[in-house]
Design a protein around this ligand. Structure first.
Ligand SMILES: [Cu+2]
Length: 269
């Protein structure tokens, strides 16, 4: 449902205006950039301290389209604008957080996160909105804000992320994601990633068995558990594989970080 008084273009403009005020307050130092790599972002259940499932995927946080003007000393900010199919109040009541990842190549590295809560304010048009801060994670140098504009049953979500002077060692530090590559597996099950799908999507393996995902699509994918501690392949480039052994019985639902509509499940018996 779209409020008659306010189209998407205007609400985004308002988002930018609202955010600039907050950016000024929040960031004593900032500058330069870490290249043009877009940062994947999601709304998760839980808090930044304890992130849960992805509830709403958001558009990548990226350099806006268009030509740069003005002084080069202007601080670069990457943005993401997504319409989420939930009311602002439902998003707040849900107990969620926005999490931003370093890049498609380093999806397992979190660079900024913010719990969704705070004072909802009403502007002169009677529209309500919320602005939250996104705090730095893993010494990424990134901070920012997210703006939520209520629009009836949907909410405009805008992320504005300030790029650091340089990524320094942050990405290296945080990139040490464990890749449980136990070759010991005798019971090995293959899952092919092709056509933006896991094939077969549902598998059963014995406890101690392993699963090997091989990406045959010409784009990167991941195999990421709803419980990320249980399964997080990180980016699997075209033609490459990721193997994980599952020692604990249970059902493991997973998806692709880049294409959250790609879903699969593993039953470990
Ligand atoms: Cu994918």
């Amino acid at each position: 449902m779209i409020a008659p008084s306010l189209g998407p273009a205007r609400s985004l403009r308002f988002a930018a205006v609202a955010a600039i005020g907050v950016l000024t307050l929040m960031t004593p130092t900032l500058a330069a950039q870490d290249g043009d790599a877009p940062h994947p972002a999601h709304i998760h259940a839980g808090t930044c301290a304890e992130l849960g499932d992805v509830v709403f995927p958001l558009k990548d946080v990226a350099v806006p389209d268009g030509e740069s003007s003005g002084p080069e000393s202007a601080h670069p900010v990457k943005i993401s604008e997504t319409e989420v199919a939930a009311s602002l109040q439902d998003i707040i009541d849900g107990g969620y957080a926005i999490n931003v990842h370093l890049s498609a190549d380093e999806i397992g590295t979190y660079i900024a996160c913010g719990d969704i809560g705070g004072v909802v304010h009403e502007n002169e048009d009677g529209r309500t909105s919320l602005v939250i801060g996104l705090g730095e994670l893993n010494e990424s140098g990134h901070t920012g804000v997210a703006w939520f504009g209520a629009d009836g049953d949907v909410t405009e979500v805008a992320i504005m992320l300030i790029e650091p002077d340089s990524m320094g060692d942050a990405s290296a530090d945080a990139a040490q994601e464990a890749s449980p590559d136990d070759a010991a597996a005798t019971d090995s099950t293959a899952v092919t990633i092709q056509g933006f799908a896991f094939n077969p999507p549902a598998i059963e393996i014995p406890a101690g068995g392993s699963v090997t995902w091989t990406n045959q699509d010409n784009v990167p994918h991941t195999a990421t558990g709803l419980d990320r501690d249980a399964l997080q392949s990180g980016t699997i480039p075209f033609g490459e594989s990721f193997t994980q052994t599952f020692d604990t019985a249970g059902t493991y639902e997973y998806f692709c970080e880049f294409h959250p509509n790609m879903e699969g499940s593993i039953v470990v018996q």
